[in-house]
Design a protein around this ligand. Structure first.
Ligand code: 6PG
Length: 239
């Protein structure tokens, strides 16, 4: 596991963009990427798409296929849609063919059906269980990642690679990649910013892994796990 502590959220985005651009430039064949949702990754996506920044021209966009680490069960144009955020900040600004964008069908409103269709898409694209080249993730203050929230059954899924979620506190239906899918990835990169995440970062990185803190169970078999943290999010780490 690598931990990079940067001075600010924009420095976190730049460090993650550099690492991703370097990995993508050095890879051969198709690159399958799972994008995270939430607010944090928007700055990264905008930076990757920015023609004036030193990342866009290094990435073989025609060889990338895009998926999502999780999605809310809302239409693609809904303000809460993780697809919409990535489309606005990244995909709409790049030469990415529609066939390379594997959206979760949140508009169905039925998380079971959307999860089933997403898993079918994953199996078809990978020719078997997914092994993403790169997965971006965020971290919630409660220790969740993707839509793997503490106490929910999706955290304990050991066979499916996509699962439906009902978060009663958020009154939100979701579809999420499961731990088998996340831990089969070649690289998992967390981007975490803000003092409100500091305790979750400390517990995730320094306490024993626990289903009460699902992010702590993300340990890719490849061993390539990177935490991009700003100083505020890293402020409670002991070393
Ligand atoms: C989502 C994300 C979720 C997010 C964390 C952090 O759909 O909301 O997948 O897991 O990454 O909640 O969110 P912020 O980046 O907004 O703090």
């Amino acid at each position: 596991m690598r931990r990079l502590v940067l001075s600010s959220p924009s420095a976190v985005a730049a460090a993650a963009a550099e690492e991703f651009a370097r990995a993508a430039a050095g890879a051969r064949g198709r690159l399958r990427v799972a994008l995270s949702g939430g607010r944090t990754p928007r700055a990264l996506y905008e930076l990757l798409a920015d023609p004036g920044a030193p990342y866009r021209f290094r990435i073989p966009w025609d060889r990338l296929a895009f998926f999502w680490s999780d999605e809310r069960c809302v239409p693609p144009g809904h303000p809460d849609s993780n697809y919409r955020m990535a489309e606005e900040a990244l995909l709409s600004r790049l030469p990415v063919p529609p066939a390379a964008v594997h959206r979760v069908k949140g508009e169905l409103g039925d998380s079971d059906e959307a999860a089933r269709l997403y898993e079918r898409d994953l199996l078809r694209e990978f020719g078997g269980p997914p092994a993403f080249d790169w997965v971006f993730l965020g971290l919630g203050a409660d220790g969740h990642t993707a839509s793997l929230f503490p106490g929910l059954s999706a955290v304990h899924e050991t066979k499916k690679t996509a699962a439906p979620v009902w978060n009663d506190a958020l009154k939100s239906k979701r579809v999420t990649l499961t731990l088998p899918a996340l831990n089969a990835a070649k690289t998992v990169a967390f981007l975490v910013c803000g003092a409100d995440k500091a305790e979750a970062v400390r517990l995730t990185l320094e306490d024993a892994p626990s289903p009460l803190r699902p992010a702590s169970l993300v340990r890719p078999a490849s061993g390539n796990l990177i935490f991009f943290l700003d100083e505020a999010a890293a402020s409670r780490l002991s070393r």
